[in-house]
Design a protein around this ligand. Structure first.
Ligand code: GUN
Length: 289
């Protein structure tokens, strides 16, 4: 039987650790860390993720501010709000929930956030801090994956890690973390890599982050591998009250029969992104002090 990696439990443990630090700060007369979240438009999944982030703030004792804008807001106006948050002394860190409407440049908005407050870890400076001895704010999802591996005592040194997906948010920074901190041998693939299975079958640690349900079947995975599924796609499901369920990129039932560890969707990597966001916000607040 494989070990099912319980991201929800690890994330709860991390939040409890953060809460005790926040309690300590408050006992010392310091104010609580303060996270601001910008959300644009009414994308259902984004609102669900943002609610999760607000609930996490409440659980750890952070202050939070939610700024909601209509999908019609101009890029210029949104950038003004980013500038205001950059300058606001009461805000330790903030995020702009993605995706954004097509008329707004994601790069322009994320690059406008000052690195000290970029608690998603998307800014170029924070990307570079992956290979620095002076790490501060780490890209949240890949950092959460590294933390999961660490807390499950999964040694990466000398192992072959294969990542499917090279996005700026997950695959690209994770490949750097796994090779730099994790001392693994890393192969980065795409969903359209020629003979993808040839590479995935070589993986001691397989991370899949492309958003394509069913991409990875059991015959593409090595016996005893560790499988981390970052995919979270809403799939229509009439048996659910919501009308959908979340699906990862890995065929969980068949793959779990031959691996040593696997993350479920939901409840694997997702909660860890939020835990990392809380870690980064605490670090940003402490760095300011
Ligand atoms: N949309 C999906 N994942 C994320 C994330 O980690 N941060 C932000 N800001 N938006 C997202």
């Amino acid at each position: 039987m494989p070990t099912i990696i319980d991201g929800k439990k690890i994330s709860t443990d991390i939040k409890a650790e953060i809460k005790s630090q926040v309690d300590g700060m408050k006992a010392n007369g310091q104010r609580a860390p303060h996270l601001a979240i910008i959300i644009v438009g009414d994308d259902g999944a984004s609102h669900t993720y943002v609610n999760g982030k607000i609930n996490a703030c409440k659980a750890v004792g952070f202050d939070y501010t939610l700024l909601q804008f209509a999908a019609t807001i101009s890029e210029e106006k949104l950038l003004k709000h980013v500038e205001q948050l950059n300058a606001d002394e009461d805000i330790d860190g903030f995020i702009v929930q993605l995706p954004l409407p097509d008329h707004i440049s994601v790069d322009k908005v994320t690059d406008a956030i000052i690195p000290e407050k970029d608690v998603d870890g998307f800014a170029n400076e924070n990307f570079g801090s992956i290979v620095s001895d002076n790490q501060l704010l780490m890209p949240a999802t890949p950092y959460g994956i590294m933390e999961l591996l660490k807390r499950y005592d999964i040694d990466t040194e000398g192992k072959h890690a294969v990542i499917v997906g090279a996005s700026r948010l997950v695959g690209a920074p994770l490949s750097m973390m796994l090779s730099h901190d994790g001392r693994a041998t890393v192969t980065t693939c795409q969903k359209y890599t020629v003979d993808l299975a040839k590479h995935t079958k070589e993986a001691d640690i397989l991370v899949v982050a492309v958003g394509k349900p069913g991409l990875i079947s059991a015959d593409m995975v090595k016996e005893g591998a560790v499988v981390i599924d970052v995919g979270t796609t809403r799939v229509a499901d009439d048996t659910r009250k919501s009308g959908y369920r979340l699906s990862g990129d890995v065929e969980f039932e068949e793959v779990s029969k031959k691996v040593s560890h696997i993350t479920p969707v939901p409840g694997g990597v997702g909660p860890m992104t939020i835990a990392s966001l809380m870690i980064n916000t605490l670090r940003a607040a402490k760095a300011k002090l």
